[in-house]
Design a protein around this ligand. Sequence first.
Ligand SMILES: Nc1ncnc2c1ncn2[C@@H]1O[C@H](COP(=O)(O)OP(=O)(O)O)[C@@H](O)[C@H]1O
Ligand SMILES: [Mg+2]
Length: 445
Amino acid sequence: MTRAISLHDVSKTYARGVRVVDRLSLDIAPGEFLVLLGPSGCGKSTVLRMIAGLEEITDGELLLDGAHANDLLPAERRMAMVFQNFALYPNMTTRGNIGFPLRVEDPQADHTARVDATARMLGIEDLLDRLPAQLSGGERQRVAMGRAISRRPTAFLMDEPLSNLDAKLRNHLRAEITRLTRELGVTTVYVTHDQSEAMSLGDRVAVLRGGVLQQVDTPRAVYALPRNVFVAAFIGTPRINLLRGLVRAPLDGAMTISLGKQYLRLPEPLCLDHQLLRVQQGREVIVGLRSEAVRIAKPSSARPGEVLLTGLVEHVEFQGHEVLVHFNTGSRPALVPDLEAPRPATRPVGRRRRDGTVLDRLRHRAGALRAGPVVVMDEPPEPGPPVAAPDGRLPGDLIVRTTPDIDLRHGMQVPLLVDLAHLFVFDQHGDRICPAPARLPDLEE
Ligand SMILES: Nc1ncnc2c1ncn2[C@@H]1O[C@H](COP(=O)(O)OP(=O)(O)O)[C@@H](O)[C@H]1O
Ligand SMILES: [Mg+2]
């Protein structure tokens, strides 16, 4: 396979030994649209700037078209960058801005045809004589794109180019970016903290946490087969339900995963994935259930592979085309550091203080961020009843997606059928153990 951009064990260490990118390896194919996704501060911009040549690579190697490129000047890389704040030259018209890189390259030539073609591609022919101040935010971003593509760069590097725009415009430009990059066939690295943007744009999505690559896969695969709890929780809305479970595998009975007051009974004979859980006997695990893996239905209507839970309706979130029902099942949610707590009211205050600030900073300073847990498992069970949210609602531990025709109200006790074919189990470190990591389903392309 040819690779347009390759990173081999690339690290970035700032002064005083703070390592913000840690041995990142990534191969990006020619024409591929790769999204770098992760929470704020995880090192996305740093990676992009190292590819562009704006930031020195501390360790490791960057290859462009197969050739060592660590020391190439930014101009020699012929890449185009688009930033969030779409910096345009304020005293130049649209025509001037789009044509600027062409004039720098060849001041003598007539670039009118290329500028016109670029403007046509972006639907901004009518704006060619306006100054940036006379353009709306979306129009300015189009001009910035125009300036980036006019020179036909070897790659586009885009750093959250849409995050300053309103939702409608963002969606519109998203579609436009997809169309443009496909049309031009130019390799693109696109940085965002917005998972839905990543999923809709990327051929593949690379998920970063604390400077460490967690997974790189197609949008389908990161959703369906997240490598660990962090990826599972970062991708998908509503966020995947993460419950703390305990595996019980008695010699003479069915294997179960206890979820506090209730349990999931795994059907016999155990499927291959569930057999793997035997070694977790007596250990705490994290059960992951996406909101569509559970349905509200009578126990008598259970299909093969579905098991019963009971949920108390805490809160019903009407969304028009669907409804999100928050249930209390008596289980305890697992917490994922680096992401805000899934249910703020259930997050133990003491834990947050210890983990969120001092400890995190110490770890960071020690350059040991990568060693931080993907999931917090070691605090004792919450004593007493769950704490009410500021608005008086009790927090649920399980969110289920359903159709709007089911009439559910606070306080109702409802049967829930859990589809075990869509059950995720993660180990104490947050790594996925079920479905088995080694099993390559047909989803992975
Ligand atoms: N010049 C710098 N010196 C020290 N630390 C920096 C510098 N630039 C960025 N950082 C730190 O590097 C980390 C990653 O930053 P960045 O790549 O901008 O993250 P992202 O783009 O994912 O939000 C952050 O913790 C940030 O504070
Ligand atoms: Mg950034």
